[in-house]
Design a protein around this ligand. Structure first.
Ligand SMILES: *Cc1c(COP(=O)(O)O)cnc(C)c1O
Length: 415
């Protein structure tokens, strides 16, 4: 017997231990379209209720936009349901090429290759372009999918302290003997909402003959004056060698990712990247809807402007309420609680107040850095944000943390 009673018991014990610590991730079901207001079944089997969603990556509110849905219908009608092939065999339609060209134009690069997801883009890009003579120098807090991709590649892997450009410079100096140096970072870090100092990074890359790869999943569509991303924000459009990003967040929220950048690097991905060669092509409905999304975000900055206003307003109000927020300017606004059980308990109470948010704790964030990560959307109204802040005030009061600083919360609840 392969799955013996003993084996089952060991796995069950591990789950019991997670539950015992109050860290169990429960299932939550959304029974409506993704939007600022959603219908949720939680806990499992409980009656559905309408709540405000403050934890989606639906930054621009395009996930259920009528024009995007209509474009998806059109793609479905005209090009069918699925491709039943990887890209290089018979999985590439002209609309895949159109979308790649539109992304190239939007991101200000030379060429783009689509992947089934950004996780796949990150899994494929390093191995396709680098080898054992090369080095990757990455920020220590890069996204898990970048770490996984780097592990699949034979280049040496080195890191620098989070956003520490002096430390990066030391590493660049130390690796001058390598054939290629590739600096890797997130544009916006998904857990803290930090903006990577990309201007300085590009200057260092130019000084030390290195390339830069930026993962723009939490930036594409809304960071920068016209939403092109972190490189626009820092005025280095056209100087980034590789951008990886997703269609699964601000840009419609379905799925799909890409590598966009220098012509030769993208072409090498077409020749060698394993998720491109061995995983199915993005469905036509998603491709045509994504083209519509690019029409919308290129045509007007209204949505990213609204998001910027909402972000500033929420951040001001939550500080005024006496909660601890990680400072910044991105719509990722982490309300810091430090203690994992506190984050989990408070998110449950927020749900009772009609606000859907989730507690984040180890291993998603470092131990002792638990939080409720709030994400703003262009589709939130001012009234919705007021409601969210009021709920935080009420729940924060219940746990006695209003007005406490980091040490105060840790003294009360532990790490
Ligand atoms: C979400 C995310 C990904 C993965 O994107 P998918 O398209 O969902 O696979 C990769 N990198 C970062 C930084 C992300 O936030």
């Amino acid at each position: 017997m392969v799955y013996s009673d003993r084996t089952r018991q060991l796995f069950a014990d591990e789950l019991t231990s997670i539950r015992g610590k109050g860290l169990f991730k429960e299932k939550r079901f959304i029974c409506s379209a993704q939007d600022a207001e959603i219908e949720v079944e939680y806990p499992e089997g409980a009656p559905r209720r309408r709540v405000l969603n403050f934890c989606a990556n639906n930054y621009l509110g395009l996930s259920s936009h009528p024009e995007v849905v209509a474009a998806a219908h059109q793609g479905l009608e005209e090009r069918g349901y699925g491709m039943s092939s990887v890209r290089f065999i018979c999985g590439t339609q002209d609309i895949h090429r159109d979308l790649e060209n539109r992304l190239t134009e939007f991101l200000g690069t030379e060429d783009t290759i689509l992947f089934p997801s950004c996780l796949d883009a990150n899994a494929g890009v390093f191995e396709a372009i680098l080898g054992a003579e090369d080095v990757i120098i990455a920020d220590r807090l890069i996204h898990a999918s970048l770490v996984d991709g780097i592990r699949l590649c034979s280049a040496e892997y080195d890191t620098f302290k989070h956003m520490d450009m002096k430390h990066l410079e030391k590493k660049l100096e130390a690796h001058q003997d390598k054939r290629h140096r590739l600096i890797v970072t997130d544009g916006v870090f998904s857990m803290d909402g930090d903006l990577c100092p990309l201007g300085e990074m590009v200057a260092l890359a130019e000084k030390y003959d290195a390339m830069v790869l930026v993962d723009e999943c939490h930036a594409s569509g809304f960071i920068g004056k016209t939403g092109r991303g972190t490189h626009e924000h820092f005025g280095v459009l056209g100087r980034i060698d590789l951008i990886t990003t997703t269609l699964g967040k601000a840009l419609g929220g379905a799925s799909g990712g890409c590598v966009s950048g220098r012509r030769e690097l993208v072409e090498l991905c077409r020749q060698k990247a394993r998720p491109y060669l061995f995983s199915n092509a993005i469905a036509p409905s998603i491709v045509s809807a994504s083209i519509k999304v690019l029409d919308i975000v290129s045509g007007s900055t209204e949505r990213r402007d609204r998001l910027e206003w909402n972000t500033r307003y929420f951040r001001e109000q939550i500080v005024a309420a006496g909660l601890n927020i990680r400072e910044g300017e991105t719509p990722i606004a982490p309300v810091m609680l430090y203690n994992a059980k506190l984050a989990n308990d408070m998110s449950r109470d927020m749900y009772a107040e009609g606000i859907y948010v989730v507690g984040f704790f180890f291993p998603v964030v470092p131990a002792g850095a638990a939080r409720i990560r709030v994400q703003l959307s262009a589709s939130h109204t001012k009234e919705m944000i007021d409601q969210c802040v009021a709920a935080f005030r009420k729940v924060g009061e219940k746990y006695g943390i209003l007005g406490l600083d980091k040490q105060g919360i840790i003294d009360k609840y532990g790490m």
